[in-house]
Design a protein around this ligand. Structure first.
Ligand SMILES: [Fe+2]
Length: 386
């Protein structure tokens, strides 16, 4: 085995089980916190998903904020941190999807460093422990509860603020399948595809390593195929076991990307999100098979290893399995046209994709011509279009 040096970050603790969110105040990092800030969004609160956690914390929940917006908001993070400081907050609880969890990480970073979020952008800018931070994901995709990343948008400057620091790893994730059984079909599908994409990008990344690959392979084993947990969750939304398996898979894939980072799917996906407002998982879904096909030139052995572990014949069979799950099972569109993208968007999408840091860890170099070629083919102008 040709093993390059690597660094795999520490993992967050995981508590799994139906109803476990109702124990966040009694078990794990918040057990000894006296003044907890609970951060969520209106949808999560309106769906009643906060109730168990709030009952568990009782009067220790001194701040409850449901103002998280899609993509999170840097100014909201700064304002929340200021309120938390005034209230003497000594514990943080995120109940929600990726934006809620990233907001909460951002609040922890600002509280710890006493600086504005924008000043903490970049790698290893925190290097000090955050207040005890617990995540309760209410979607099964982002995996943010298991990563050392936070991505928070500066809506005034119109740009993303990306933080990467091992201090951002939450102390514990409570994976409670009863919180995801009510997810709408479209969200279940898109977030599941996001998790699949995380796993696939991690195994082929320039920073791939055996630990990340093992975690990602386990995620793919749970998610892919007609008998996989994503297919079962879509066919039977009330299937708590399948929902739970999706949560576990998203966590495994999150751990994998926290170690090995991402790749070109996410670079294209971020561009489509920024320019056209395409939901993150859908944007990944439309490009993932095309990127895998390009990546085979360099990453075939990586995919081959995963394929064998999953009982598939070879890397091409893995790509076929991904195509089936993403497009047939999860119903992701096959063309950019279906997302409202047209020729007029092409050059800005090329620029945004080339500017994205995730392109740097993709196994195959995507230069300007290659990026344009992929986007063209997905618009329906190339041989790979369907
Ligand atoms: Fe993602």
């Amino acid at each position: 085995m040709d093993l390059a040096p690597f660094l795999h970050p520490a993992a967050s603790a995981v508590v799994y089980g139906a109803g476990c969110a109702a124990r966040v105040g009694a078990q794990g990092p918040l057990k000894r916190a006296a003044r907890v800030a609970v951060i969520t969004d209106r949808g999560v609160r309106g769906a009643g998903l906060l109730e168990g956690a709030l009952a568990s914390l009782g009067e220790r929940a001194v701040l409850i904020d449901d103002g998280v917006v899609p993509d999170a908001d840097a100014r909201h993070v700064d304002a929340l941190a200021a309120r938390a400081r005034e209230l003497g907050v000594d514990g943080l609880l995120a109940v929600g999807g990726g934006s809620v969890m990233d907001t909460t990480k951002g609040v922890g970073a600002v509280l710890t460093k006493g600086r504005r979020l924008a000043e903490l952008e970049g790698m290893a800018t925190i290097r000090a422990p955050l207040p005890p931070l617990v995540c309760v994901p209410t979607t099964a995709g982002t995996g943010s509860e298991a990563t050392q990343f936070a991505v928070i948008k500066d809506h005034v400057e119109g740009k993303k603020c990306v933080l990467m620091d091992s201090a951002l790893l939450p102390g514990c994730a409570f994976l409670d399948p009863t919180l995801v059984v009510g997810l709408p079909r479209a969200v279940t599908a898109a977030t599941g595809v996001d998790a699949i994409t995380h796993a696939l990008e991690a195994v082929a990344s320039r920073l791939h390593n055996p630990i990340a690959t093992a975690l990602a392979t386990a995620a793919l084993r749970l998610l892919l195929g007609d008998a996989g947990a994503l297919a079962k969750s879509l066919a039977s939304p009330g299937d708590v076991e399948a929902r739970g398996a999706c949560l576990v898979a998203a966590n495994l894939a999150g751990q994998a990307i926290s170690s090995a980072m991402l790749g070109a799917c996410h670079a294209f996906g971020h561009a489509l999100g920024a320019k056209k407002g395409v939901p993150h998982g859908v944007a990944n879904g439309v490009v993932v098979v095309r990127v895998l096909q390009e990546n085979l030139a360099e990453a075939r052995p990586c995919y081959q290893q995963v394929a064998r572990a999953l009982g598939l014949s070879d890397a091409d069979a893995l790509v076929a399995a991904v195509e089936h799950t993403v497009h047939e099972v999860a119903g992701m569109p096959r063309t950019l046209g279906a997302l409202g993208v047209d020729d007029g968007d092409l050059e800005e999408l090329v620029r945004l994709t080339l500017d994205d840091a995730d392109l740097g860890t993709n196994p195959v170099l995507f230069d300007e011509a290659a990026v344009r070629g992929v986007l063209r083919s997905l618009l329906g102008e190339g041989p790979a279009s369907r």
